[in-house]
Design a protein. Structure first.
Length: 202
């Protein structure tokens, strides 16, 4: 029965020593004033500029200026290594908020499923068209083809011409319309869609 009494006495003595040493006893948490906080706690980490890509690259894609109807270049940031399919994917993303504010639109539908087939060979890239392309009417088919060709040629991928494949099996090369209104069954380049782009944007 003496042990609890000794324990209480010891705690009382310890509390008295702490009080005598100037250590305050708080009944609840308190907020320290700014000048009392350690400098290390006041320092905030600087994460630096946000970059969603480990190794970023700038590419060019072409959209359609709503008023003039001309193709205009806009930049996009993508991850390296840049591929033909990556440029096509950016086209399929369509205009962003800034592009819309500038009056830019696209003939390439956001539901498109354009596919880059194989590697670039002798400057020629092969793109398989899709059913969304087949539903385009008026000037839209030429605009989409022009957007694809200009975007690939101007994005630093050593592409000089584009061969288009039909969207159905056996995905054979298909004839496409150029800016003169005629149809050709060969790979096409920017010269075939030169009328769509002003000299300042070529």
């Amino acid at each position: 029965m003496r042990r609890p009494l000794l324990l209480l006495v010891s705690l009382a003595v310890l509390g008295g020593l702490c009080a005598g040493c100037g250590i305050p006893v708080a009944n609840a948490p308190k907020t320290l004033p700014k000048d009392a906080e350690p400098p290390a706690l006041l320092q905030k980490a600087n994460p630096g500029p946000h970059n969603p890509y480990h190794d970023a690259a700038q590419i060019v894609i072409y959209l359609i200026q709503d008023i003039s109807g001309e193709l205009v270049p806009v930049t996009r940031t993508v991850e390296r290594p840049v591929t033909v399919q990556e440029v096509i994917d950016e086209l399929e993303q369509g205009p962003d908020y800034v592009d819309y504010r500038n009056g830019d639109e696209s003939a390439v539908s956001t539901s498109s499923d354009l596919v880059a087939k194989g590697a670039v060979k002798s400057g020629v890239s092969t793109i398989r068209l899709d059913q969304a392309y087949e539903k385009l009417t008026g000037e839209a088919p030429v605009d989409e083809l022009g957007q694809i060709v200009w975007s690939l040629v101007k994005s630093g991928l050593e592409v000089r011409q584009v061969r288009f494949l039909a969207p159905y099996w056996p995905y054979a090369p298909t004839s496409v319309e150029i800016d003169t209104g005629g149809f050709v069954d060969r790979p096409v380049g920017v010269a075939d869609y030169k009328k769509l782009v002003s000299p300042a944007n070529q």
